[in-house]
Write a protein of this length. Structure first.
Length: 568
């Protein structure tokens, strides 16, 4: 295609009646004052959306507008344009059209960018308009640091050599050694983990090799493998960053540090453990800047959300969130705390560890090494005149009893417990040795939850259930099984070929009504389970999971996976 003409974005938007003359004048003044790009001023001031700008440019220049969310990008084609230029020009090479390359640009009127891209790729180019946010997300996703990480690992192998070198001690002696291969390698690992939304980084020494894996949407993926020789250097450097004892290699250690990755503040929880071939290091990444601590953002059904919000507004009582490790319990409690947090209320948390730091809340870190356990901290917390107390986990009878007594004496107590479902939670408290009357009088509600992976929007396609899946669905859908449509993800560049992208919560809520409390005081557990099940009216984890399947948000296999973790 020919070189694009130079046009004025503001005039185009006014001509197409997407912007008023007054808004254009205000935006131009704002641009002059702030130095931001005019298109960014339009969007951030709420005058137009990025999609409206892209559509207007496409119509004016008579070129296509591409929604990258539904475009299966080939990473090899994209890398024809180096990452630096792709970020600078907000551009992606999308297709090789045999004689010309299709290039998506958020600003196709940038003539300098057009000429530079054509010079770099050494081919004719055809333009398409793309959304700026989507193009930057695609750049983050595709220009991963995998090759850099492998190269830096090899560089570190050469640096370490065959001799035993205490690289961590060397870095401690010179903390400004930013160009050290181990520092550059770790920076690349963190950059890549952030780009792919990893929740954990696993650095694991194996026989003859070191493997680095990322946990993405609850599933581990191999990132790279390197020579086992570099494992001690990585472990020592991470210990230094976490203020751990670098001389102790025989015992597990836990710590934390803050990393800055692409202008994001990442809280890193680190755990080291001695294994047969060296120290295994696992890091949990908590993005403090990008976390949405809102109950309406975690996937609760509307009716359940309204009930849960009403329960946590009560002045006293115990509210428990249950589920296995990694089911999102802590996030749910933090969302509840975020809504309850106000100047009029004193909130205290007792946690191991403190995962998110919230302004205005007194957060206490448990430390068993100095006998600062849950029960001890909770006793002290109750002498601090709190209105609301969060106990990270009720691990034993003593902690549970103190929490329930606090709930009886005018405090709202939030906590977690490891049980399969909501129905079994009151019985579990009694098994722990908590008196039956205390459970009945203090427990307000139990929220059980799981996390399911969501189908990637960019590659969702129809799916035909197997006979086993159809039989399982019929437990909830009955004769409506054949009327519903089912989907799965084929796998694309947006989801790294997995077919899933992101997770959402699946919930069930048991409210301790008068009838349920009376049944809890009955020594017959079967009677309690019958009454509690009637109170829930079938609104179980399985039903919510099936609803997500019917809505096309998750797959049948994911719904079956989380449902099989609970009693049928």
């Amino acid at each position: 295609m020919s070189r694009p003409e130079k046009v004025r974005l503001g005039e185009i938007l006014v001509q197409q009646k997407l912007l008023s003359e007054e808004q254009l004048g205000l935006a131009l003044a704002d641009q002059k004052r702030s130095g931001r790009k005019l298109g960014r001023v339009f969007v951030e001031n709420g005058y137009v959306s990025e999609e409206q700008i892209a559509g207007a440019l496409a119509r004016q220049l008579n070129i296509p507008y591409l929604n990258l969310k539904f475009f299966n990008i080939n990473p090899e084609i994209v890398r024809l344009l180096p990452e630096t230029q792709a970020r600078r020009f907000r551009a992606l090479v999308l297709e090789d059209r045999r004689g010309a390359l299709l290039v998506g640009m958020s600003d196709p009127t940038d003539l300098f960018a057009y000429d530079e891209i054509a010079r770099i790729v050494k081919q004719d180019i055809e333009l398409a308009v793309v959304n700026e946010t989507e193009v930057m997300a695609a750049i983050d996703r595709i220009y991963r640091r995998t090759e850099d990480i492998s190269d830096l690992a090899r560089e570190l192998e050469q640096d370490v050599g065959d001799a035993s070198v205490d690289f961590g001690a060397l870095a401690a002696a010179n903390p400004n050694l930013e160009e050290a291969p181990v520092v550059k390698l770790l920076q690349s690992v963190f950059d890549d983990a952030t780009q792919v939304r990893a929740s954990d980084i696993h650095i694991e020494p194996q026989e003859g090799r070191l493997q680095i894996r990322f946990r993405i949407d609850g599933v581990l993926h191999l990132q790279t493998e390197a020579d086992i020789k570099i494992a001690p250097s990585l472990a020592l450097r991470l210990k230094l960053m976490s203020d751990l004892d670098i001389s102790e290699k025989r015992l597990p250690q836990d710590g934390r540090f803050v990393a800055r990755v692409k202008n994001q503040r990442i809280d890193v929880r680190i755990s080291t453990m001695p294994t047969q071939y060296g120290e295994s290091v696992v890091m949990r990444l908590l993005n403090q800047g990008g976390t949405q601590l809102r109950l309406d953002a975690i996937g609760m059904p509307r009716g359940l959300l309204e009930r849960f919000r009403a329960i946590i507004q009560r002045p006293n009582g115990l509210v428990l969130v249950t589920g296995p490790t990694g089911s999102g319990k802590t996030t749910t409690l933090y969302c509840a705390l975020s809504e309850l947090n106000s100047v009029e209320k004193k909130l205290i948390t007792v946690e191991d560890p403190v995962e998110y730091r919230l302004a205005g809340i007194n957060q206490v870190q448990v430390n068993d090494k100095i006998d600062l356990n849950f029960a001890r901290v909770l006793r002290s917390a109750l002498r601090q005149d709190p209105d609301i107390v969060l106990v990270g986990e009720m691990r034993d009878q003593e902690t549970a009893a103190i929490g329930l007594r606090a709930a009886m004496t005018g405090h709202l107590v939030l906590s977690t417990l490891h049980t399969n479902d909501a129905l079994g939670t009151p019985l579990r408290l009694m098994d722990m040795g908590v008196p039956r009357y205390m459970v009945g009088s203090s427990l307000q509600a139990v929220l059980a939850q799981r996390l399911v992976r969501m189908i990637c929007e960019s590659c969702t396609s129809p799916y035909e259930p197997t006979p086993t899946e159809r039989e399982w669905l019929s437990l909830e859908l009955r004769d409506k099984v054949d009327k519903a449509r089912y989907f799965h993800g084929k796998g694309c560049s947006h989801c790294n070929g997995m077919g899933y992208r992101g997770r959402t919560g699946v919930y069930e809520l048991l409210e301790m009504t008068r009838a349920v409390v009376d049944a809890a005081n009955d020594p017959d557990p079967a009677h309690f389970l019958k009454v509690a099940a009637a109170q829930m009216a079938g609104e179980t984890l399985r039903r919510h999971a099936v609803q997500l399947v019917v809505q096309g948000r998750t797959t049948i296999s994911e719904a079956m996976r989380i449902s099989n973790q609970v009693e049928e």
